[in-house]
Design a protein around this ligand. Structure first.
Ligand SMILES: [Fe+2]
Length: 188
């Protein structure tokens, strides 16, 4: 087992489904329509659906297409967080949490790249997919239950709008809006 595998294995969901639901409800209560937090929560729901679609695919072609769609939204979302939200978290005296956030997403990106090398209908593929899904679920729980609430509280009200605008800009730069997500599914 590599170091990266150990890091991911070590964090695979210690929290319950109920704890995750409560964290999401708390984050939703702190979000306003269109702000960075509501955008991030919307991405998280789409990422969960994209993981489920990969697992549910019944042919190699549909599984690879679903995997590409998952990689697109996961990378676009992660890049936007890494460019906008985690720097703001570090700037709000939460460097430890920001460092953990970057490390976990680097591990997820590594595992997603390794997934591309596995036969899409094999058990090894499903095992790695579940491993990544669990690590991402834990990361999302940390964001929704703790880190993003810190960011909401510690960043001045006047700077929150700038975070929202920059987060949207970075996500769109990669994903290009809903339309391209659908196009990607169509040609993949
Ligand atoms: Fe996130």
């Amino acid at each position: 087992m590599s170091i990266i595998d150990k890091v991911v294995a070590a964090v695979t969901p210690p929290e319950s489904e109920e704890a995750r639901r409560e964290a999401r409800a708390k984050a939703r209560a702190a979000a306003s329509p269109g702000d960075w937090l509501s955008q991030a929560l919307e991405h998280h729901v789409k990422i969960e659906a994209a993981f489920a679609a990969v697992k549910a695919a019944s042919t190699p072609a549909t599984r690879v297409a679903a995997q590409k769609k998952l990689a697109l939204i996961l990378t676009g979302h992660s890049n936007a967080e890494e460019s906008v939200l985690y720097p703001a978290l570090a700037g709000a005296d939460e460097k430890g949490h920001a460092t953990m956030a970057y490390s976990e997403q680097a591990a997820a990106k590594t595992q997603m790249a390794l997934l591309e090398n596995l036969a899409p209908m094999s058990q090894d593929y499903l095992d790695k997919l579940e491993h990544i899904r669990g690590a991402v679920a834990h990361h999302v729980y940390e964001e929704e239950g703790t880190w993003f609430l810190e960011l909401r509280e510690k960043v001045a009200t006047g700077d929150q709008a700038k975070l929202s605008q920059r987060f949207e800009e970075e996500f769109s730069r990669y994903v290009g809006g809903e339309g391209r997500l659908h196009d990607q599914a169509a040609y993949a």
